[in-house]
Design a protein around this ligand. Structure first.
Ligand SMILES: Cc1cc2nc3c(=O)[nH]c(=O)nc-3n(C[C@H](O)[C@H](O)[C@H](O)COP(=O)(O)OP(=O)(O)OC[C@H]3O[C@@H](n4cnc5c(N)ncnc54)[C@H](O)[C@@H]3O)c2cc1C
Ligand code: FES
Length: 524
């Protein structure tokens, strides 16, 4: 791993293939007050695409980023660029109607076209390539669902057909073949965007945490101000929105392995199964697969899945770190994989009604915008955000505005699981309030274990590192005070209520929390 990345992988301990295969992308931190047209918080695909589009439209832009560029979920993605969305088109049609479903399909097609055009215009070497995507039935799914999806996706305007095969897969089966899909190396792509942003006179400041965010701009953790006419919060989970948005979406952790396969042994394609309905009927965790050139003899099969709501992996009796072997088992069944050389996890926000929330922040001034609820389609949703927010800020009408509005509230679209997860989060909150989580004696904590301890009626998170040193942090999440839980896979403290995450030293990794937890020395 490149040394400049150390300590700046802002969302976990494991390095993804993307982070491992390119130098870290960093700029100077912000050191003096600034005034600009638009300040953007977060340098993932959403923030950077928005910066790029706004600069092209003539606006002055400053981007501030807590870690390195791409050190959030954009560095942990699998980078399928797809209009075959996570949620089925027949579901989208039920919730949004035929006309709006066509608009949804079009927006994702437009996002892939935008990326392709940008790659060509800026000459970005990011392994962008068009390919087919294949959707096949999970054994737990109803056989009729592929037929339903075919009809709905065609109605939405996608180029899709049923074929009697699955390329490269040992077990042959019917599948839906989607044309016009694509893949790329996400960090190489956003490095290209950064270069263009700087060339157009924009500014990017890394290692710069936006501590206070409001309609006037931001103030960093070091007390430096950026005053702006418009404020875009592209932090994945909006750190400026305490309640409203966190009742409309739910955080899930998702897992990825990178396994060697003999070079050229698989065709280039994207593969998805329809998801495990025995695990979760409304958000069935599905497998997502692609390849990536690795070296002279091998390609990498990048395979993801085994999702669960953040902070409660053990409820399914499978801890975070054990999910990779399930992925490997599944991948071996279908693909000719050899050694697993990468494993990492990340977080996706599942909206109650399938689409991202992009636009004005609800219950706020008109000049504050958010991008969130990315689901597993954040590469295209983040690109849609760049196009849409630029139009909104420039006062230009855009058909997508209402569709993606963060103020929409389609409660009838949310299935039972959504309410169960929301209730689970609320229950975790109430339990913590009644001090119902079970602290342990500090002496029982083993090397590489994290547990909750109690001192004089107050709870703390205690993690013993590989050298036997104990790291103790305040255990109440800085969002709404739920008690955090240890995630031994990414060596982070995760909050079961709304998905905030912290390092073993209490540094905030994922929102909605935006403040660190107090870190105490081992002698406290
Ligand atoms: C394992 C995995 C696989 C996925 N696969 C796909 C896929 O195949 N296709 C697809 O379309 N999508 C996929 N997604 C989703 C997609 O990767 C994400 O939705 C997308 O990267 C989110 O981009 P973003 O810019 O909105 O957020 P991020 O990339 O998370 O960027 C937000 C940034 O904000 C910064 N930040 C946070 N708080 C502050 C603050 N206070 N001050 C300054 N900076 C701050 C963070 O450090 C971070 O860098 C996947 C996600 C995961 C985890
Ligand atoms: S994320 Fe909301 S209380 Fe922790």
């Amino acid at each position: 791993m490149d040394n400049t990345q150390k300590g700046k992988l802002t969302s976990g301990n494991n390095a993804s293939y993307w982070i491992d295969s390119v130098p870290g992308i960093s700029y100077d931190p912000l050191k003096e007050n600034k005034v600009t047209d638009v300040v953007i918080v977060g340098a993932g695909i959403s923030g950077l695409t928005t910066a790029y589009c706004l600069l092209k439209s003539g606006k002055k832009v400053i981007v501030v980023e807590d870690g390195n560029v791409g050190s959030g979920e954009t560095g942990r993605t699998t980078a399928h660029l797809t209009s075959a969305l996570d949620d089925r088109y027949y579901e989208l049609e039920r919730v949004y109607g035929e006309k709006n479903t066509r608009l949804i399909a079009n927006s994702h097609k437009a996002a892939i076209d935008f990326i392709e055009k940008t790659v060509l215009n800026l000459n970005i070497e990011c392994n962008f390539e068009r390919l087919f995507g294949y959707l096949f039935l999970h054994p737990s799914d109803d056989r009729g669902s592929l037929t339903k999806e075919l009809e709905a996706a065609k109605k939405a305007g996608l180029e899709v057909e049923e074929v009697p095969y699955l390329p490269g897969i040992k077990e042959q089966a019917q599948s839906l073949r989607f044309s016009g899909q694509a893949q790329f190396h996400p960090l190489k792509y956003i490095k290209g965007l950064c270069d263009a942003i700087i060339n157009m006179g924009g500014h990017i400041f890394t290692s710069t945490h936006a501590d206070k965010i409001n309609h006037e701009g931001i103030v960093t953790a070091d007390g430096i101000k950026v005053t702006a006419k418009h404020v875009v919060v592209a932090t994945n989970s909006p750190v400026n929105n305490k309640f409203v948005m966190h009742l409309k979406q739910y955080p899930h952790r998702t897992y990825v392995i990178g396994a060697k396969i003999k070079k050229g042994s698989l065709p280039k394609a994207l593969w998805w199964d329809t998801g495990d309905f025995s695990e979760n009927k409304e958000i069935p965790p599905y497998h997502y697969v692609r390849t990536q050139a690795l070296d002279d003899t091998h390609d990498l099969l990048i395979c993801g899945g085994e999702d669960h709501p953040t902070g409660i992996a053990e409820q399914a009796k499978i801890n975070e770190e054990d999910r990779y072997s399930l992925l490997e088992y599944w991948a071996k069944k279908y693909f000719p994989i050899e050694e697993v050389v990468y494993q990492w996890s990340g977080q996706v926000l599942e909206p109650m009604d399938s689409l991202a929330y992009i636009g004005r922040n609800p219950i706020d001034k008109n000049n504050v915008y958010i991008v969130t609820g990315d689901s597993g389609n954040g590469m295209t949703h983040g690109t849609i955000a760049g196009i849409l927010l630029t139009d909104i800020i420039n006062g230009k009408e855009n058909d997508w505005e209402k569709l993606y509005s963060p103020s929409r509230f389609k409660i009838f679209a949310a299935g039972k699981t959504f309410f169960k997860e929301l209730a689970g989060g609320t229950l975790a909150y109430l339990k913590n309030k009644s001090h119902d989580s079970k602290p342990v004696e500090v002496g029982t904590i083993l090397t590489n274990e994290g547990k909750i301890i109690e001192v004089e009626g107050e709870k703390f998170g205690a993690y013993r590192d590989e050298n036997g040193e104990l790291h103790i942090i305040a255990a109440e999440c800085s969002h709404l005070k739920c008690i955090i839980k240890w995630n031994n896979d990414e060596k982070s403290w995760d909050c079961p209520c709304h998905g905030s995450r912290f390092t073993h030293e209490g540094k905030v990794l994922n929102g909605p929390a935006n403040k660190n937890l107090q870190y105490f020395s081992k002698n406290k």
